[in-house]
Ligand binder design. Structure first.
Ligand SMILES: [Cu+2]
Length: 263
């Protein structure tokens, strides 16, 4: 059978195009590292998000090495937490779910972008190599204030990154002659134990205590304060742990005036 030269040429062109299309699609699917969202993250009851271990206290936790997890809850028209901080050169796996309608979690200027469907946990992993701020927005129309739905990711230098939190608990007032206690709770978001020193400064007294805070846990340090040493009046105090500081004022009153409570 004789095939006309032109027909052969067109057949060849068509074959090249077909192979080209397949190659382009294959490259697009596997080449640039674009992952499709699947059901890896699992499902969740959208009415019971607060009972879920991962989402009851959403935020960033350390997994190990340079790997972190960020759990985020989307709802009309905000993300919880709205702002997260991760260190540079980290690998962050996001788990995002919705409390109400379909949203998205889109990190502007990157290919991190997922639909967030109620009942489902969207999972994706991204590497943050450079410091900077990334805007997060919702790409799925979710109601009247959809356009105001935004979040933020701060990528900070590794040596500035810190998941330690300090909170204190102390009475505002104590009677002279009694001993009172200032409590400092240190929580540790890292996947290893921390052994910082907690320092209480009140007037010109300094009390130091070593504390061991377990990985992903917290520990409370009690500082016993002798009100007789302080004397009556206002005493400013601060607790410092690893560069974190919290403080207040302790008012020491005379036994008589403290008793009948001038509120
Ligand atoms: Cu939305």
């Amino acid at each position: 059978m004789n095939i006309h030269t032109y027909e052969k040429a067109w057949l060849a062109v068509a074959m090249v195009l077909i192979v080209g299309f397949i190659a382009t699609i294959t490259y697009g699917a596997v080449g640039p590292g674009i992952a499709m969202i699947d059901d890896d993250g699992g499902t969740i009851d959208p009415d019971k998000i607060n009972d879920d271990e991962r989402f009851s206290d959403p935020g960033v936790t350390h997994v190990g090495g340079n790997e972190y997890e960020a759990s985020i809850v989307a709802q009309a028209w905000s993300y919880t937490p709205g702002e997260i901080t991760v260190p540079a050169n980290s690998k962050v796996t996001f788990y995002v779910t919705s409390r109400d309608v379909t949203h998205s979690y889109t990190v502007v200027g990157t290919n991190v972008n997922t639909m967030v469907v109620p009942g489902q946990v969207s999972q994706m992993t991204a590497e943050f190599n450079e410091t900077g701020e990334y805007g997060v927005l919702c790409n799925e129309y979710c109601g009247q204030y959809h356009h105001t739905m935004e979040g933020k990711i701060n990528v900070v230098p590794e040596d500035e990154f810190d998941l330690t939190e300090l909170s204190t608990d102390a009475p505002d007032e104590a009677q002279v002659g009694n001993q009172t206690t200032i409590n400092a709770t240190v929580s540790n978001g890292m996947n290893y134990d921390l052994e910082p020193t907690a320092t209480l400064e009140i007037d010109d007294q300094t009390i130091e205590q070593d504390v061991t805070v377990p990985a992903h846990g917290s520990e409370t340090v009690e500082f016993a304060v002798d009100t007789t040493d302080l004397g009556t009046g206002d005493h400013d105090w601060t607790v410092t742990v690893d560069g974190h500081e919290d403080g207040d004022t302790l008012t020491v009153t005379n036994a008589t005036e403290g008793g009948d409570g001038d509120a």
